[in-house]
Write a protein that binds this ligand. Structure first.
Ligand code: PMP
Length: 344
């Protein structure tokens, strides 16, 4: 096998991003797709998610602007967890303290990782609206007012959130697609024809879409995925059916609380493609499969060689203790071969 040498990296921040694009051929065949279905696998980033990219970008930018003082600054951030993990990793390396505010529904695994990286974690009630003083955002604002040298880098407003995707995620996707030759057995348009991603802050979908449309393919179709129960979709009429329904999936959708997650879909990514992805990856794929049934999506699905990229934001190791994961893992039917042989 050909060995591609990688230089020695200075620290974990150098191992953020640069993630692979992987064919989801079995799922594509099962759904009768003629286009190429490709997954951008973000859990292989050093902190385990797509949000490492923005955490790194926000910390480096704040340092450049002189807003962070090693040994003094306390970085405070309201997050569904992954931005917090990226920030805690960056701040562990750089020597800043970190306080993370996170709604209760987010997994224990994320909290444990945050604590292991040295962050303090404050859990807030799931049902508080974002502008309540008791929500994760409200509590973070109060902490910033009261902690000396406290600073919120603010993924919801920080320009470096979409920019990190415009400068890294988008160009990486383009580079993977244009450097993979079109062959008789694997035809390719050599372009990214459609991009599908869930929206939490919307940073990923906004930044990648800019990179794709500005520098690569102005006609690229961008599909944003929002869980039922969230309010991010346009037109607003799309949000009405699910209003107020709580949702299980972590990291996408606001305010803030539905169960869009088609549980069989992250399962399919694991069992059919061997990809250990988390819930919002399942939501993104499930959204892509729903889009393939629309008029616009049908045309793409039926054309050989078109490239459809689905962003897979994090890994299942963030969610191993969650009931939806354990139920699926243990309810799977297995061959009884081993039991027949051993009798156990
Ligand atoms: N999936 C997961 C697991 C996440 O943590 C996030 C970030 N909240 C997203 C998807 C959405 O990414 P973005 O904030 O860029 O829209």
């Amino acid at each position: 096998m050909e060995l591609t040498p990688r230089r020695i990296l200075d620290n974990a921040l150098d191992a953020v991003g640069n993630t692979p694009l992987i064919r989801l051929d079995k799922i594509a065949a099962e759904h009768g797709l003629k286009c190429n279905l490709l997954g951008k696998l973000e859990f292989v980033s050093a902190g385990g998610s797509v949000k490492d990219r923005i955490a790194k970008a926000m910390v480096l930018a704040a340092e450049k602007e002189g807003k962070l003082i090693p040994g003094k600054s306390v970085v405070i951030e309201p997050t569904s967890g992954n931005t917090g993990i990226g920030l805690a990793m960056a701040c562990a390396i750089k020597g800043y303290s970190v306080v993370i505010t996170m709604p209760k529904k987010m997994s224990l695994e994320k909290e444990a990782l945050l604590r292991a990286l040295g962050a303090q974690v404050i859990r807030t009630p799931d049902e508080e609206p974002w502008d309540s003083p008791r929500s994760h955002i409200g509590v973070a604002c109060r902490l910033q007012r009261e902690i000396e040298h406290g600073i919120i880098l603010d993924q919801y407003r920080n320009i470096n959130n979409p920019l990190a995707h415009e400068y890294t995620t988008g160009p990486e996707i383009i580079a993977s697609v244009v450097s993979t030759p079109s062959t008789r057995t694997r035809p390719s348009s050599m372009k990214v024809d459609a991009f599908v991603a869930g929206a939490g802050t919307g940073g990923t979908v906004t930044g990648v879409s800019r990179a794709l449309k500005k520098t690569h393919n102005a006609d690229c179709i961008v599909v944003g995925i929002d869980p039922i129960g969230s309010i991010l979709a346009l037109p607003n009429s799309l949000n009405i059916d699910g209003e107020g329904k709580p949702y299980v999936v972590e990291g996408i959708g606001y305010d803030f609380i539905p169960d869009v997650l088609s549980r069989d879909v992250p399962d399919a990514l694991m069992r059919k493609e061997g990809l250990l992805v988390g819930g919002s990856s399942g939501s993104a794929l499930s959204g892509a499969l729903a889009w393939f049934k629309t008029e616009q999506g049908r045309k793409v699905a039926g054309t050989e060689g078109l490239n459809v990229v689905v962003l897979l934001p994090d890994g299942i190791r963030n969610y191993m203790s969650k009931e939806w994961f354990l139920k699926n893992a243990f309810q799977t039917e297995h061959s009884d071969l081993a039991t027949r042989i051993t009798g156990i």
